[in-house]
Design a binder for this molecule. Structure first.
Ligand SMILES: *[C@@H]1O[C@H](CO)[C@@H](O)[C@H](O)[C@H]1NC(C)=O
Ligand SMILES: *[C@@H]1O[C@H](CO)[C@@H](O)[C@H](O)[C@H]1NC(C)=O
Ligand SMILES: CC(=O)N[C@H]1CO[C@H](CO)[C@@H](O)[C@@H]1O
Length: 424
C-alpha cells in the first residue's frame, strides 16, 4: 500500500514539475517573442529605391549564364514571393535561395526569426539591416502582406509572385499543423477534431480568439485582408482585385510543375533554375482524406479562400492556354525527367523518409508541435564532386538554409530547444 502510494506521489510530483516547467518556459517564450517585435517606426524617411537592383554585369565580362541571347530576354533578378502557409512554398523558397546565391542577389530577410513577425502586418523596419533607399533583390519569407510597405523595400521593376492551394486541402493541412496553437480547438472533443469542428464551426470558432486566422480563410488573411468577412461582402471582390493587380503570377500547388514553367516564362529563367525536391511534405499516411461531404463543408467554411482560388484558377489556365498546351506538356515532362535524374544522383534511396530515419541533423526539417510527420532526405554518400554542392543545397531544409545565408534565427532556435526539452 505504502509503496503504491509513494509511487503515485512520485508520478504526481513529476507531472506537476513538468507542468510548472512547461508553463514557465512558455511564458518566457511568449515574453521574448513580444520583446523582440521591433517597434514600428512610422518616422522612417522616404527615400525611393532605384528602379532596378539587378546586378549589371561589368562590360568586358562575358554574360554567360544570363541567357540574354538564348531566350531573347533578360532574367529577372528583382522578385517578391508572397509565401503563403501550407502551400508547398518551402520548395519554392529553396529554388529562390539557390537562384539568389547563384547570381549573388541581396535578400531582404527578417531578423532573429524566419518570418516577418507574422501575423503582424509587414513593415519595412522588420527587414534585417534595413535602411531607407537600400536596394534589395528578393523578399520571400512568411509575412502578412502589406502592399505599400513592401513596395518601399523593393525596386519598381520587381516581379510579384505567389502560390495558392485548394482551400479544403489547405484547411486540412492547417488544422493538422497549427490546430494546437489555436486555443479554442483544445475544448473540441472526439477522435477527429477537424470533423467535429466542421460539423458546427460557428459553435467553436471565435474570430477574436488567439491565432484563430489559421482556421478560417488563411490565404486571404496572409494577403493582409480581413479573413472573417462574409463571403458576399463587396470587400472580398475588392481584395481579390487588389491581389490580381499586384501579382504578376499566381501559381497553384495542384499544378506545381506547370506553375514553375509559367514562372520560368515570367522571369526568363532556365529550366536548370527550376529543379527541385519536394521539401517540408507530410508523410501521406498522416493526411486525412477528406470525404466529399467534409470537403464541401471545408469549402463552405473557407468561402472567401474558395472565391480567391477559383478566380486565380481561371487566370492560371488562361496563362497556360497562352503559353501553349503542347509546349507546356513537353516542358513539364522535361522538368519531371530532370528532377528524377537529380533524385537519382542526390538522394539515398531516391525518396523522402520519416524524420526518425534522417541521419544528418542538418537535414532535419522543422516539425509541427507534438508530431514528427514532416519528412526529409538523406544525402547520398557517394555523390560525385560536380553535384555535391548542388545536391546539398537542394536538400537543405528552410531553417538551415536561412542560417547558411546569414540569418540569425535565435528566437526560432530557442523555441526549438524548449520543445526538445519538453518532448513537444
Ligand atoms: C479550374 O479551371 C479549369 C479550366 O477552366 C476547370 O476545368 C476546373 O474545373 C477549375 N477548377 C476549379 C477548382 O475551379
Ligand atoms: C509513412 O508513415 C508510415 C506509418 O508510420 C510508414 O510505414 C511509412 O514508411 C512512412 N512513409 C515514408 C515514405 O517514410
Ligand atoms: C469583425 C471581426 O470579427 N473581426 C475580426 C476578424 O479577425 C481578426 C483577426 O483574425 C480580428 O482581430 C477581428 O476582430
Amino acid at each position: 500500500m505504502v509503496g503504491k502510494q509513494g509511487k503515485q506521489g512520485k508520478q504526481w510530483r513529476s507531472v506537476c514539475k513538468g507542468l510548472v516547467l512547461g508553463t514557465l518556459l512558455t511564458s518566457c517564450m511568449i515574453l521574448l517573442y513580444c520583446l523582440s517585435s521591433p517597434e514600428v517606426q512610422f518616422s522612417l524617411p522616404e527615400i525611393p529605391v532605384p528602379y532596378s537592383c539587378a546586378h549589371q554585369p561589368s562590360p568586358g565580362h562575358s554574360t554567360t549564364g544570363l541567357g540574354k541571347e538564348k531566350h531573347g530576354c533578360t532574367p529577372k533578378m528583382d522578385i517578391m514571393f508572397m509565401k503563403t502557409h501550407k502551400t508547398a512554398s518551402s520548395t519554392i523558397l529553396n529554388i529562390l535561395f539557390r537562384f539568389g546565391e547563384k547570381h549573388r542577389l541581396k535578400f531582404a530577410f527578417p531578423s532573429s526569426r524566419n518570418d516577418f513577425f507574422y501575423p503582424s502586418l509587414f513593415y519595412r523596419s522588420q527587414v534585417k539591416d534595413y535602411g531607407p533607399g537600400m536596394c534589395f533583390n528578393i523578399m520571400c519569407n512568411h509575412m502578412r502582406f502589406n502592399e505599400a510597405e513592401v513596395a518601399k523595400v523593393l525596386p519598381a521593376d520587381t516581379v510579384y509572385i505567389t502560390i495558392l492551394r485548394d482551400p479544403a486541402e489547405l484547411f486540412e493541412s492547417s488544422f493538422h499543423y497549427f490546430g494546437r496553437l489555436v486555443p479554442f480547438t483544445w475544448k473540441i472533443s472526439g477522435d477527429d477534431k477537424m470533423e467535429e469542428f466542421l460539423s458546427n464551426p460557428q459553435l467553436y470558432y471565435d474570430p477574436e480568439g488567439f491565432n484563430s486566422f489559421y482556421l478560417k480563410n488563411l490565404l486571404f488573411f496572409d494577403f493582409g485582408q480581413d479573413n472573417n468577412l462574409s463571403s458576399d461582402d463587396p470587400k472580398v471582390e475588392e481584395g481579390i482585385r487588389a491581389i490580381s493587380r499586384r501579382f504578376h503570377l499566381v501559381m497553384l500547388v495542384e499544378h506545381f510543375e506547370e506553375s514553375l514553367i509559367l514562372l520560368k516564362d515570367a522571369l526568363c529563367w532556365d529550366m536548370e533554375d527550376l529543379l527541385f525536391f519536394k521539401l517540408n511534405a507530410r508523410n501521406g499516411s498522416t493526411v486525412s482524406k477528406l470525404t466529399p461531404k467534409l470537403r464541401a463543408k471545408a469549402l463552405q467554411w473557407n468561402a472567401i479562400d474558395w472565391k480567391l482560388y477559383q478566380h486565380f484558377n481561371a487566370t492560371f489556365w488562361k496563362k497556360v492556354e497562352a503559353y501553349g498546351r503542347e509546349r507546356m506538356a513537353a516542358n513539364v515532362a522535361e522538368l519531371r525527367r530532370r528532377n528524377a535524374e537529380m533524385a537519382n544522383i542526390c538522394i539515398e534511396g531516391g525518396h523522402a523518409v520519416d524524420a526518425g530515419s534522417i541521419h544528418d541533423t542538418s537535414m532535419q526539417p522543422w516539425q509541427p508541435i507534438g508530431e514528427k510527420t514532416i519528412m526529409g532526405y538523406n544525402l547520398k554518400n557517394n555523390v560525385d564532386k560536380a553535384h555535391q554542392k548542388q545536391c546539398r543545397k537542394m536538400l537543405t531544409p528552410e531553417l538551415q538554409y536561412l542560417t547558411d545565408l546569414g540569418v540569425n534565427l535565435w528566437i526560432t532556435r530557442l523555441w526549438g530547444h524548449v520543445r526538445d526539452i519538453l518532448h513537444w
